[in-house]
Design a protein around this ligand. Structure first.
Ligand code: DP6
Length: 326
């Protein structure tokens, strides 16, 4: 087989990956914990075809340009090296959610590319090896390889990959993403990671992470949102504190971002258990139990500045499908 198609979901981190211990290898400065998002998908087909002069990469119907193309070609090179082939590839990829808005499109994109390209090249990789390979392309992609709730830890190239903490069916948690901006962000997380160390707050955040991670893991295993939520909010705000105080400073929030954060806290006062987190973008991920999701979504949609709400439950790991995008 020299053609394969894979589907992957992005993930939302409860404890964030922000800053790298090794840039080229994408070794993170700290371990992270996430949930895959079933409602959002990337589908990617890869075919290694003899006689092609160069890789062709089409994303959402458009030929990929510059850095976006370079990142895909660099990952195909990793797969080619493992499979000992020099065949070039045709790649087509489609997202059903807006890219570049802090919805972690690189996570699902590179998880899907890793499985599709690996399989198309004839590699047989177990979940750990896939996660490790996906990590080389984009750190957060290693968590999307694993289904449900994923912990990414490990210090070296060999040991740094994501393992499952609990399968998707374990907990009917919901993530309602309040979309408040659709513009492609100015500074992506790839460049952002390099700035983390310039913030005077970075060391303090990294020191707090092990304690928060232990609390978050216990809370996930106990399916206890009232224990998980405050921890998730604390690390998201710590990460954005680091971003804002980096040099140069990164400020991803819009006025509507702050409006959603304040509304979520006010709703909690009224007894609606919702907690927020944010990635490298202005959109706000709101976590709640499935039973409260309709009410929370209704309230989010009524807030001025909220353009849309994308609802997800826990998603599966990266998987092969038997259709293709060509
Ligand atoms: C803010 O995985 O996009 O979403 O490894 O450079 O591709 P690269 O970075 P990326 O960083 C994600 C950062 C984050 C937090 C998180 O998902 O943990």
């Amino acid at each position: 087989m020299d053609k394969a198609t894979a589907v992957a979901n992005p993930n939302i981190a409860f404890i964030k990956y922000w800053g790298k211990a090794h840039e080229a290898l994408n070794l993170p400065a700290n371990p992270s914990l996430s949930m895959n998002l079933a409602g959002l998908t990337t589908v990617t087909t890869v075919e290694f075809r003899p006689g092609l002069a160069a890789d062709s990469v089409v994303i959402d119907g458009e030929p990929a340009q510059d850095q976006a193309r370079q990142r895909v070609v660099a990952h195909l090179d990793r797969v080619r090296a493992l499979a000992r082939t020099d065949r070039r590839a045709l790649v087509a990829s489609r997202n059903d959610f807006p890219a570049g808005t802090g919805l972690a499109s690189s996570a699902s994109a590179f998880a899907a590319l890793t499985l599709a390209a690996g399989r198309a090249a004839g590699l047989v990789l177990d979940e750990g090896a896939l996660s490790r390979l996906a990590r080389r392309a984009s750190g957060s992609a290693c968590r999307s390889v694993v289904g449900g709730f994923a912990l990414w830890e490990g210090d070296g190239d060999e040991t740094s990959f994501a393992r499952q903490v609990a399968p998707p069916s374990f907990w009917e948690l919901r993530d309602l993403v309040a979309i408040v901006g659709r513009e492609h962000k100015g500074v992506g997380s790839q460049q952002g990671h390099a700035l983390a160390a310039s913030s005077p707050l970075n060391a303090a955040r990294l020191e707090a992470v092990p304690g928060l991670l232990a609390l978050a893991l216990d809370a996930v295993r106990a399916r206890d949102l009232s224990a998980l939520g405050p921890v998730v909010e604390a690390d998201a705000l710590a990460m954005h504190g680091v971003m804002m105080t980096s040099w140069p400073s990164l400020l991803y929030w819009l006025p509507a971002t702050v409006a959603v954060l304040r509304a979520v806290r006010a709703w909690r006062e009224e007894g609606l258990d919702v907690f927020f987190t944010l990635d490298a973008g202005p959109n706000v991920h709101c976590l709640c139990e499935a039973a409260r999701a309709d009410e929370a979504e209704r309230r989010l949609r009524r807030l001025p500045g909220v353009l849309d709400v994308l609802a997800s439950g826990p998603g599966g790991g990266v998987r092969l499908v038997d259709y293709d995008l060509f």
